[in-house]
Design a protein around this ligand. Structure first.
Ligand code: UDX
Length: 444
């Protein structure tokens, strides 16, 4: 029987493209054929990185329907434009692939990410199988799936998704208690909530909801719905070929010069923006540490660079600042002592695989639930608390770094969880079996 041919369709932001790329690379290693869809805008922006990704994957580009100068950080606009533009173009793309490659290479399955639920319904109408690869935790997907129940129980408002009153709930058995104000859509506005209600309904057209997680990490969510299939941790033997953005590798040489467990790594993923005041306080906090630090400061999106203005008194001589790091490599480097993170799911999985304790600094969406897992369930990190002015102070940063770095019990739990997590992807591990089950299903 010929191997399955997957058409992979990520929502075009890095937090979705990277996990789907890693997943594609794992599938390709199992002999599957992969066509990976990107937008023409991203193709131009990421040209060099794509050329570097190797030849296992066939990249194809389609327009996103926006003008070159349109603001692509306006998510509702991008989501709508994709939904209006892509279906007819996808139809032609699939027809062309199927006609040119012959029967053996016909597209057999679509794999989509969040915000692209319509594509599963589209594939279903063409008789093509489909699966969702969710780019965050299974718990956050379960929370979207629970929206009708939360509305029925009058916990959230059906029009806005906001809590009807202040309360703590346990969304699923074996999951942490959460403040309803921290449900993942609450920080993203009414339009996003309404979009997610619609998107989640289309997800029913996907046979599997794959998540980069493991049975031990989120048993409550994974046991709840039979469609959930944990296939994590997604790890690549060649980490240099798993990112769409160019990485500054000089920080690996810099880390090589530091003793084990001595460096504080600070990174807030691809989207979070640190407000100017908070940025200054963070810089001063790092300056106060009696440890070196490696800090990822993405180029500012504002033209006068106000967001990334370093404060007076910041010298930074103990640290290294880069615009984008080879994070998976960093988190596996012996010199790293702890990880100051925004609690994006991919960063968490990568930190767990490195056995690194966390300092949690969530910004929005699922990041608050993720913090609860780290601090309250797995107990491999601590949260950074805001002061009365809503700022995480330099003193708080120093105090919590010392608390985490000196905590041998926490370090031991991190190493134990690393082992449990990695076992899943090893031969005979649960995620490994799930992956094989998925590939066999796609072949049939
Ligand atoms: C988004 C959402 O913001 C997050 O809440 C959700 O859980 C996943 O999707 P993002 O904010 O980018 O993602 O965070 P994260 O999930 O942590 O992904 C960041 C990715 O960028 C990671 O794979 C990380 O390795 C990579 N990265 C980050 C680098 O390669 N280099 C860096 O310097 C920083």
């Amino acid at each position: 029987m010929s191997p399955p041919h997957f058409l992979v369709i990520p929502y075009p932001i890095l937090g979705h493209m990277n996990p789907l790329l890693q997943f594609s690379q794992v599938l390709a290693k199992h002999g599957c054929k992969i066509t990976f869809l990107i937008t023409e805008f991203n193709q131009n922006r990421m040209k060099n990185a794509i050329e570097n990704l190797g030849t296992q994957i066939n990249f194809v580009a389609l327009p996103d329907g926006l003008d070159p100068e349109d603001d692509r950080s306006d998510q509702p606009k991008v989501i709508l434009s994709l939904r209006n533009t892509l279906p007819s173009k996808l139809h032609n793309l699939i027809q062309n692939i199927n006609a040119s490659d012959g029967d053996d290479s016909k597209i057999t399955c679509l794999v989509i990410s969040k915000n692209m639920g319509w594509a599963l319904e589209f594939g279903h109408n063409l008789g093509i199988k489909g699966a969702l690869m969710w780019p965050a935790s299974a718990t956050s997907l379960a929370s979207f799936e629970s929206i009708p129940t939360l509305i029925h129980d009058r916990i959230i408002d059906p029009e806005t998704g906001l809590p009807t009153r202040k309360q703590e709930i346990q969304l699923l058995p074996n999951s942490p208690m959460m403040d309803t104000a921290n449900l993942p859509w609450c920080s993203l506005g009414k339009n996003f909530f309404l979009h997610m209600v619609e998107d989640t309904q289309s997800l029913k057209f996907g046979e599997w909801w794959l998540c980069n997680t493991t049975c031990e990490l989120e048993p409550g969510a994974l046991n709840r719905w039979p469609r959930f299939l944990p296939i994590g941790p997604l790890i690549q033997s060649d980490t240099t070929k798993s990112s769409f953005w160019r990485e500054d590798t000089t920080c690996v040489d810099w880390l090589d010069q530091h003793p084990p467990q001595s460096v504080v790594y600070v990174s807030f993923g691809s989207l979070a923006i640190v407000e100017p005041n908070q940025f200054k306080e963070l810089a001063l906090g790092l300056e106060l540490l009696n440890k070196p630090f490696l800090w990822v400061v993405r180029p500012s999106t504002d033209s006068n660079n106000e967001n990334n203005a370093y404060p007076d008194g910041f010298v930074g001589s103990k640290g290294k600042i880069v615009e984008w790091a080879p994070q998976k490599k960093i988190l596996n480097h012996p010199a790293i002592a702890c990880f100051v993170t925004h609690c994006g799911w991919n960063s968490i999985i990568e930190g767990l695989c490195g056995g690194i304790p966390f300092l949690c600094w969530p910004f929005f969406s699922d990041q608050f639930i993720n913090r609860s897992y780290i601090c309250d369930v797995w107990r491999v990190g601590v949260g950074l608390d805001k002061d009365e002015n809503g700022v995480i102070s330099k003193g708080e940063i120093r105090k919590k770094v010392e608390q985490v770095v000196g905590n041998e019990d926490m370090k031991a739990r991190s190493l134990k969880l690393k082992e449990l997590t990695l076992d899943n992807s090893a031969e005979g591990g649960q995620s490994s079996k799930n992956l094989q089950k998925f590939i066999n299903w796609a072949k049939d």
